[in-house]
Write a protein that binds this ligand. Structure first.
Ligand code: BGC
Length: 715
């Protein structure tokens, strides 16, 4: 629904206040409720959703008499979803690569472009709230939803998440940031208590949200399913009121995740909108913000001022992002959006290992065996609410199934972009043959009579499931082992959302981490293998050598029936990912920030300034014979005698052979500080701070030190 608002000089806050003052209580109570659209879990149209409404994740009626548009909400961070086609038969959208692939690009400009495409496609369908901005830190390589998030690092995640949100909101569509907070495992997520030291939380997951909010002003924040330190996040006044609203001054609204509102009293703790209300009926036996909240209001247990505030926060975001002044729909250029998806896949691909076999010469006449992973047909995507039906539809959907409410929507989604077909077209003189990888023995026969082997390892991961371990499913580790034994010139391409264990690693010549590369992923894979694209992705998560190196070798709750109360103590605190490895001294399989190129880069002339923060300037030179992009990273390694590692900055830089670029990175001072829980502020201790410029968290090349002055700042 669109409405052409009168031009006004009033601020969004003033407009929200004026509109809210004119509303009836019935209108107020409607605005704080989000009804689940038609869906597999809710197949019949809820009568609160008017007939003819474009269906998706959520609907909140507007107030037409006051020009307030209905809120029409769609998932998610990788494109506009169409869950189960319910109500929108055949409507497909540009499927971007997984967020973790975007994370691997280390490219905020690309995040913005991709957000813009998603925003335009949302808007063209009438969706004015995009449930995007997945911003949880990848604390655990078993987390089924890591592919929907950007990285294990607060600064990296915040910078990229903010640009995604900025891209979406620039199209006049509200974006969320989600899931606030510490939704870092899916196991028993509705019963999960995520326990963490509050100050360490501020220095990690909360810092990722704080910085992303500052840089993008998302219209809404979605709370998570889990508890944090004993209270559900949607009813957690420490998180919602003390930190988010009072501490950071966040002016937008907090919506619940779908089916995460256990009680009307969440409204007293800072939750502004109950969403996916039908799922609350399934989960908790009722809708908290309808009758129970109205009853509490009538009995004086729920203050009028709080109801007004909830409504004002929603209206403020509506006005700030311009939902009430859409005017004409904008043109959607699907070819341009496909190009953004393709470019993200290209830049997100990480060359983990290369013993000189890549890239293939494009005029090669070699016999190349392509094995497994449905490479003849497609690339893989993750499953769950964020899964996008790609332009033109899926190549195939294979139901995997599983326990719990999401079991029936756990699928192997195949996106119609065939790496095999793309390789054949880029290597016209080669003899490229395919084996499905059905059995190791059969695949080994083809491998043996080939010059080179490209083996695909795929693993669908998704919402509401954690992985029990880091292996590839369906016997693919045995398959790769067998073909690599049959032919040592084996290259492995991985389509996964997380690190995998790679027991065959030393037997293969090259490994490409392609993640879930989106609707143009097959092309990007072929371009990287043939050198048409010089790989430039860097790992946004540490690949451990084994789970025993991670903070929780055993995952609490793993293997228990869905619904078992589970507590996970995130005892690593702020030392997530590479920080943990720096602290323990363990050597990962591949470090955060790692990724090879077909050219080489050298760093020189590091100069560092101190004072209130660290500013580092250095030179990057392309010392090879191909154009390529590098991502130099600046780390803190020692803070006034306290050895701790923090990514302070990064920049993706494209350089021609022999070309140099001078880069300056200035650290956000919070990355140099500790959060002082008593003072509720950030504290920098006076002293010497050591920093390093590196190619990865374990490949530091230039070091320097500087002095910082004592400071207590921020909130
Ligand atoms: C997910 C959210 C999503 C919502 C609406 C939930 O299951 O956790 O990320 O936005 O569903 O589909």
């Amino acid at each position: 629904m669109t409405h052409d608002a009168e031009p006004t000089d009033a601020s969004p806050e003033e407009r929200a206040r004026a509109t809210e003052a004119q509303m009836t209580d019935d209108e107020r109570f409607l605005l704080i409720l989000g009804v689940f659209g038609q869906h597999r879990l809710s197949p019949v149209r809820d009568e609160r959703i008017p007939e003819g409404t474009t269906m998706s994740a959520g609907y909140t009626p507007g107030v037409p008499r006051l020009g307030v548009p209905a809120l029409q909400m769609s998932d998610a961070s990788m494109g506009v979803t169409n869950p189960g086609y319910a109500g929108r038969e055949g409507d497909t959208a540009t499927a971007m690569p997984a967020c973790i692939a975007l994370g691997a690009s280390f490219n905020p400009t690309l995040a913005r472009a991709s957000g813009g495409a998603i925003g335009r496609e949302a808007r063209s369908r009438g969706f004015n709230v995009q449930l995007a901005g997945g911003n949880n830190l990848a604390r655990d390589p078993r987390n089924g939803r890591n592919f929907e998030y950007l990285s294990e690092d607060p600064w990296h995640s915040a910078v990229l998440a903010a640009e995604s949100v900025n891209g979406i909101q620039a199209e006049g569509v509200i974006s969320t940031l989600k899931h606030f907070c510490l939704n870092c495992n899916e196991t028993n997520r509705h019963w999960l208590d995520a326990v963490i030291d509050p100050a360490e939380h501020r220095e990690s997951d909360l810092l990722a949200f704080q910085i992303a909010i500052e840089r993008s002003q998302p219209g809404a924040i979605m709370s998570s399913y889990n508890k944090v330190n004993g209270d559900y996040t949607g009813g957690n006044s420490v998180l919602l009121q003390d930190v988010l609203k009072d501490g950071w001054g966040y002016p937008g609204w907090v919506m619940s995740d779908w089916g995460a509102t256990a009680s009307w009293e969440f409204a007293l703790a800072g939750l502004d909108q109950e969403c996916g209300v039908q799922l609350d009926v399934m989960q908790w036996g009722g809708e908290a913000f309808t009758e129970p909240l109205r009853k509490a209001y009538a009995e004086g247990r729920f203050p009028r001022e709080r109801l007004s505030e909830m409504v004002r926060r929603i209206l403020r975001s509506v006005y700030a992002v311009g939902l009430d002044s859409w005017g004409e729909a904008r043109e959607v250029d699907l070819a341009a959006h496909n190009e953004i998806s393709l470019e993200t896949a290209r830049q997100g691909m990480v060359l983990l290992k290369n013993d000189g076999v890549l890239p293939f010469a494009t005029d090669t006449s070699a016999k190349i065996a392509v094995i497994g992973g449905y490479a003849q047909l497609a690339v893989v995507s993750g499953t769950g609410s964020g899964a996008v039906v790609p332009a033109g539809g899926y190549a195939a959907v294979l139901p995997i199934g599983g326990a719990g409410p999401m079991g029936a929507s756990r699928n192997l989604f195949l996106m119609p972009s065939s790496p095999l077909a793309e390789l054949k077209s880029l290597l016209p003189s080669a003899q490229v043959d395919f084996d499905p990888g059905q059995t190791p023995a059969e695949a080994a026969l083809l491998a043996k009579r080939s010059d080179m082997v490209i083996a695909f390892g795929i693993r669908p991961e998704g919402e509401s499931y954690d992985l029990p371990d880091l292996s590839l499913p369906w016997g693919q580790d045995d398959l790769i082992e067998a073909v690599a034994t049959a032919n040592p010139n084996t290259i492995v391409v991985l389509e996964t959302g997380n690190p995998v264990s790679m027991p065959w690693r030393d037997k293969v010549k090259a490994i490409v981490q392609a993640w879930y590369p989106g609707q143009a992923g097959g092309q990007a894979i072929a371009e990287v293998l043939t050198g048409k694209v010089n790989p430039s992705g860097r790992l946004p998560v540490t690949f451990p050598a084994g789970l025993d190196q991670t903070p929780r070798p055993e995952l609490p709750g793993m293997g228990t029936p869905w619904g078992t109360p589970t507590t996970i103590e995130y005892n690593e605190g702020a030392e997530v990912g590479y920080r943990w490895f720096a602290k323990t001294g363990a050597r990962p399989m591949y470090a955060f920030g790692h990724g090879f190129s077909y050219t080489s880069f050298a760093y020189s002339d590091l100069a560092v300034e101190g004072g209130d923060t660290v500013t580092a300037t250095f030179t990057v030179t392309n010392t090879g014979d191909r154009a390529g992009a590098d991502v130099p990273q600046l780390y803190l390694t020692d803070a006034a005698g306290d050895r701790r590692m923090r990514l302070l900055g990064f920049e993706r830089v494209e350089l021609q052979p022999g070309e140099s670029g001078r880069i300056t990175l200035t650290a956000d001072p919070r990355l140099l500080a500790r959060f002082d829980g008593d003072a509720r502020q950030w504290r920098i201790t006076e002293g010497t701070y050591k920093v390093a410029v590196g190619k990865a968290a374990d490949a530091l090349e230039l070091t320097a030190e500087t002095r910082l002055t004592e400071a207590l700042f921020g909130s």
